[in-house]
Ligand binder design. Sequence first.
Ligand SMILES: [Mg+2]
Length: 388
Amino acid sequence: MKITAIKPILADGGHRIFVFVKVETDQPGLYGWGEASVEGKPRAVAGCIQDMEPMILGEDPTRVEYCWQILYRSGFWRMGVIGLSAISGIDQALWDIKGKEAGKPIYELLGGRARDKVRVYTHFGGSSPDAMARDAMSKVEKGWTAVKTVPVPITRYLDGPKVLKQAETNLRAVREAVGDDIDILLDLHGRLTPQMAIQYGKRFEPYQPLFLEEPCQAENPSAMAPIARALTTPIATGERLFTRWGFREVLETKAASLLQPDCCHAGGISEVRKIATMAEVYYAGVAPHNPYGPVSTAACVQVDLVCPNFVIQEMIDPDSAPEAQSLVKDPLPVVNGHILPPSKPGLGIEVDEAACARRAPDFSINRAGSLARRNYGATFEDGGIADS
Ligand SMILES: [Mg+2]
């Protein structure tokens, strides 16, 4: 079998522009799907996928690791989010082909299921304690057993009691509403300095969040490590890190005890599995990052099923993202806060190319609501640029 084409397909998923990847073969009807969505840079990723196509054209798509190595090592340069996202999407599609050819789900080719179902969580928000509590409860009432929010405002390098007290008030309201049977997950979104992250973290501890995510930016793990040492709440990070090499220092410095590699960025199914195994050595768990589309969710589930140290999987609530759901033919259902192992060969999901064509992104500028103008950053009160 030979790879005959690698095509990026862009589609407006409502909350994001998705980059799907289709790898075609010389076997009639046998092709694979992947996802390489990156906020704000879909055309760059699509261009990178096109640049990478000739590197493995004509190769056997079932040699997934061999093709990964060609893409990773060719061309001298190591890569960042654009290159690794392109590789990630292609890797998923190669695994999809390998599974379809074998007539088995990918998890069967990765050693078989290590569990019977995958626990998933989604997001809630709100601009007041009552609104946050209501939104969290609306998820719980639909069966979600774990919900995540960003509990902190844009915060200055050093900030005072007002923001700290408000954040604590919000979290207390949510905990009182959902009770102790529901896990509350907190994403600090890399907004804080380590010194402010510790102050927020101490305020949050009485309400026992499952983890604190990205308490500061992840580009310097040794700066995150003191936060982990100062708090009892486990620290999570990794959505903005790539490959085994990107996660090494996080583990060695014990900056986090929960890793969040992304199947669309970290290097695909192949690499997330390896990162999870590295984490096992340090008794760290994995909770793959995934605010993207249904293909990304399907790829994550395949890995989640085989990793002994899997904790929980992020996903967009399908009920709040009908546009995204409409781009695939058979999205995986969420049942009582869990996804059951899909039985179809490969990823177990098919992109609807006609639906994608109908939702081709609008990149025009100077037009209200244009997706191209989303994802602008945040500012401090003095006009300086903040991490959002
Ligand atoms: Mg996050």
